[in-house]
Design a binder for this molecule. Structure first.
Ligand SMILES: [Fe+2]
Length: 236
């Protein structure tokens, strides 16, 4: 299985604090059935954009470490980028921070939907970069706004929900919204959004179990196989 949203890359954001914690998180994921990890450190401000070289270096180092330990997994570099009006422009000068230069995981603010959201999503799509909205079920202002979300998806935007939302880690509202999005066929990818090794239970397989129960066979296959494959094998 493919975990599309993780904070495992050490020392570059609020995720893993060192190499050993990163390895422990990866092992928790492997035990829970994950074979491919998309590494998506936060990029939230100008200081984070200036860390991109450090992020790339940390990626090369972790990949080498995993190969030496023969973990048998695939690591793919991406980022979870907070939406800003100049995001499409910033990606031009940092194309390697997108997943295979074709997809970008976009975080929205938790309090309010920015007025420039549509414009930014549209500009990314026009560039041939597909925005993946990170955990839409966690933004309370999107509660009951299926029509906005459906419009995004019809325009080509992808949605990633957190397995933790399905198992209740973020409360009832996020759980309800995640299930509703699944039932409506609006989900493309799942991610753990893991930040540490504190919970031994990675939570991925339990989330997948819920998806299998409520999304139906065809949709489950798309979420677990087809869409992630489309993202990680995309070529410019
Ligand atoms: Fe995240």
């Amino acid at each position: 299985m493919i975990d599309a949203h993780t904070h495992i890359l050490p020392t570059v954001d609020d995720g893993a604090s060192d190499k050993e914690e990163a390895i422990r998180i990866l092992k928790n994921g492997i035990a829970d059935g994950v074979k491919t990890f998309i590494l998506t450190p936060h990029i939230r401000n100008d200081a984070d954009w200036n860390k991109i070289d450090a992020i790339k270096q940390a990626f090369v180092t972790l990949k080498k470490e995993c190969a030496e330990r023969e973990l048998g997994i695939e690591l793919i570099l991406g980022a979870e980028i907070s939406i800003t009006p100049d995001l499409p422009h910033k990606i031009d000068s940092n194309p390697l921070i997108t997943i295979n230069e074709k997809h970008v995981l976009v975080e929205l603010p938790f309090l309010q939907l920015p007025i420039y959201t549509e414009h930014v999503l549209f500009k990314l799509l026009v560039k041939g970069v597909t925005p993946i909205i990170a955990h839409p079920e966690r933004y309370m202002y999107l509660k009951g706004k299926s029509e906005i979300i459906r419009q995004w998806v019809e325009n080509g935007v992808m949605l990633q929900i957190n397995t933790g939302s399905l198992i209740g880690l973020y409360g009832m509202q996020a759980k309800r919204t995640a299930k509703k999005l699944l039932k409506e066929g609006l989900v493309h990818l799942i991610g753990s959004d893991v930040h540490s090794d504190k919970k031994k239970d990675y939570g991925f397989s339990r989330g997948v179990g819920i998806i299998k129960k409520i999304a139906g066979h065809e949709m489950t296959h798309k979420i677990l196989v087809s869409y992630p494959w489309e993202v990680i094998r995309a070529k410019s």
